[in-house]
Design a protein around this ligand. Structure first.
Ligand code: SAM
Ligand code: SF4
Length: 333
């Protein structure tokens, strides 16, 4: 089958799938405390998710990242991971992975490893128990640290994702770097993005440009730029002194769109061709319209033909332009 290529000649090889909009945390930059979640009937069933993801794999997707909401709170999620592992076995899929808050990892790590998952991204913005409770509202740090240990014990490579938050974890920069170094985890910092309607002021207050974070890091370490590109918004450096790899995801201060290889599927079957644009294609209707996969494959191709050149996020005039009304938990960060 012809692989998916968008109008700007970018091959689409990476699909991020949000399997639920629910979560057991309420991170302040991600969700309102009293979130209205989608009615369960609107969610794709695990079988429908399987049909859709398998269609993408047939069309050339080689990397599947499962996210949410919190993917590990979706009921029977292991059934879905087990189903996807057949695409690893066939060689069509090169990587099956997930982004998680880590709260359920102690329970799931060994089973995930058995499904062929090799790496997991765990979101962790602070190593201070009180601050962790504050930023996640409902989370408990020891539970997440247990989860990370379980993942490592199961043979999973853990990458820590930390959102850079002004006045919140600025003072923990070196603590996070040192802890990741000691535990053997790669670490990536993410610039806070204007997702969800949480008030312009809060958002700009939270914004800690990674350019500044990088300068702070360079006061103690020699940063060696790595050529490595993932087709996404991450750039990497190696710290000469410790050998650690540190990533920076800067959707706001750098334009990374020209090499974008990814699209995002929500738990209701909406396909977002760009994280920073409102345009999306509904794949649930064509999926449910026919048991034949040809219909949904045609819908996928039509959607990819609309993938835009880039996004419109911009903080440059001290206001948030291109703000997205949907929450990160909807598109699956
Ligand atoms: N619940 C899982 C987790 O927290 O890893 C997966 C979903 S979460 C939406 C995915 C990632 O998006 C997390 O690393 C989270 O920190 C990040 N995120 C959420 N809201 C964000 C925002 N407004 N700006 C930048 N990153 C955000
Ligand atoms: Fe949940 Fe992840 Fe959003 Fe935090 S960032 S509220 S853990 S979905």
């Amino acid at each position: 089958m012809a692989p998916l290529v968008d109008p700007f000649a970018r091959p689409i090889s990476y699909l991020r799938v949000s399997v639920t909009d629910r979560c057991d945390f309420r991170c302040t930059y991600c969700m309102a405390e009293h979130m209205q979640f989608l009615p369960k009937k609107d969610l794709l069933t695990l079988e429908e998710l399987d049909r859709l993801c398998s269609a993408f794999v047939r069309m050339g997707v080689e990397k599947l990242r499962i996210t949410g909401g919190e993917p590990l709170v979706r009921r029977d999620i292991l059934t879905f991971f087990r189903a996807m592992s057949r695409h690893l076995d066939s060689g069509a899929l090169k990587e099956l992975t997930l982004t998680t808050n880590g709260s359920q990892l102690a329970r799931f790590a060994a089973d995930l490893a058995a499904c062929g998952v090799r790496r997991v991204n765990v979101s962790l913005d602070t190593l201070d128990e009180g601050k962790f409770a504050q930023v996640t509202r409902w989370g408990r740090l020891p539970q997440v640290l247990d989860g990370i240990r379980a993942a490592t014990a199961a043979g999973l490579k853990v990458k820590i994702n930390a959102v850079a938050l002004k006045g919140f974890n600025e003072d923990e920069l070196f603590r996070l770097v040192d802890w990741c170094g000691a535990e053997g985890h790669d670490l990536t910092f993410i610039e806070v993005m204007p997702m969800g309607d949480m008030g312009e002021e809060t958002r700009l207050d939270q914004y800690w440009p990674l350019r500044e974070l990088r300068e702070r890091l360079a006061e103690r370490f020699t940063l060696i730029d790595l050529a490595e590109r993932t087709g996404g918004p991450a750039r990497y450096v190696r710290l000469a002194e410790s050998g650690q790899k540190i990533g920076f995801i800067t959707p706001l201060t750098h334009n990374f769109c020209e090499s974008c290889n990814r699209v995002r599927l929500t738990c209701t079957g909406e396909l977002y061709m760009c994280l920073g644009q409102e345009d999306m294609a509904d794949l649930r209707a064509p999926l449910r319209a026919s048991p034949e996969d040809g219909v949904v494959e045609a819908a996928i191709r039509a959607a990819i033909a609309r993938k835009p050149k880039g996004h419109d996020f911009d903080y440059s005039r001290q206001r948030v332009a291109g703000q997205m009304s949907r929450h990160m938990s909807h598109t699956g960060g």
